[in-house]
Write a protein that binds this ligand. Structure first.
Ligand code: FBP
Length: 305
């Protein structure tokens, strides 16, 4: 496979990584309809763990079947599919080598009152299942944030040593953050930066609002305002900058079911701000397959432009 100049450039950002990890980054970047562009659309299906099976799959019961998500990722021409151990194991043989997979190695659930996640899979599982990457969530701001970061340190070192990619979901939450704070621009950029500092190759955050939450940061933002903070593109650009000056891949999550138009607007903002793409779960698998493929294709067309 001939890598495009864009993918070669991106690989050059990862100066300490071995050929195995670089090959796996390339595998994700070269896959699907956005292959070679440096942009990505990824399907994450860990909501069954995080929110429960009915809340996740009842809107489109076909999505209870683990095979469905591989088919969706393939039909839509996505770059990768991310899921917890059981989902990948249940379809591993049928789809071996078809689409790069990201094994989600920690998980939370809606029965917990604490902002923490359990480690539910390991690097050995990722290798056994032919995954390109491990995925790990941190909750900056939670009472357990430091333990989560320490777990990530160990798993990331192990993954990198055997040539896997590390994808970090960085979701601020915890006692000092209200709903506004969780997606405020300063907090989102901070969370993305911390993920980059833990050694993530690919960073996943929620799209930021124009709120500035931390009192300690307000003065700085007043003195050095974020250009175009009123637009999603301006805010995305700030988050990209926080990802080691744009030297790390950053993708933005889709959120709860929204209209096609709202998803396309989001993709336009991410594209214009220089983000590397979207990681869209509920807005993909809660629609019928035909509707999901249509929406994802329209998003892909925006990223291709
Ligand atoms: P969605 O596109 O469905 O929002 O998926 C992205 C994601 O990060 C999932 O991987 C995760 O399960 C979910 O969001 C967590 O959502 P929330 O923070 O709303 O519980």
């Amino acid at each position: 496979m001939q890598l495009t100049p864009k993918v070669r450039e991106i690989l050059s950002w990862y100066e300490s990584d071995n050929p195995g990890t670089k090959s796996n980054i390339a595998r994700i970047l070269m896959q699907g309809k956005l292959g070679g562009t440096g942009r990505m659309v990824i399907l994450p299906v860990d909501q069954g763990f995080e929110h429960g099976p009915a809340r996740s799959f009842a809107p489109n019961p076909a999505a209870y079947d683990p095979h469905y998500h591989f088919e969706l990722a393939l039909e839509a021409g996505l770059n990768a599919y991310a899921a917890p151990l059981g989902m990948i194991e249940a379809a591993a043989a049928s789809y071996a080598g078809c689409v790069p997979t990201i094994l989600k190695v920690n998980s939370s659930n809606s029965l917990s009152t604490t902002k923490d996640q359990a480690v539910t899979a390991g690097v050995d599982d990722a290798l056994r299942l032919g995954c390109s990457a491990i995925g790990f969530t941190i909750y900056p701001g939670s009472e357990y944030q430091f333990e989560m970061m320490e777990e990530l340190r160990e798993l990331a070192a192990e993954a990198k040593a055997v040539g896997l990619v590390v994808v970090v979901w960085s979701y601020p939450r915890g006692p000092m953050l209200d709903k506004t704070g969780e997606t405020a621009l300063d907090i989102c950029a901070y969370a993305a930066h911390m993920a980059a500092l833990t050694g993530a190759h690919i960073i996943k955050v929620k799209p930021p609002t124009d709120a500035i939450f931390l009192d300690a940061a307000k003065k700085t933002y007043e003195k050095a305002p974020v250009p175009d903070i009123a637009t999603l593109a301006g805010r995305i650009q700030h988050v990209v900058q926080a990802c080691l000056g744009g030297r790390r891949l950053v993708v933005f999550s889709g959120g709860e079911q929204g209209s096609d138009d709202s998803m396309l607007d989001m993709a336009r903002g991410i594209h214009a701000g220089g983000g590397n793409g979207s990681i869209v779960g509920r807005n993909a698998f809660q629609r019928s397959k035909a509707d999901a493929v249509k929406l994802l294709s329209a998003m892909i067309d925006i990223y291709k432009a």
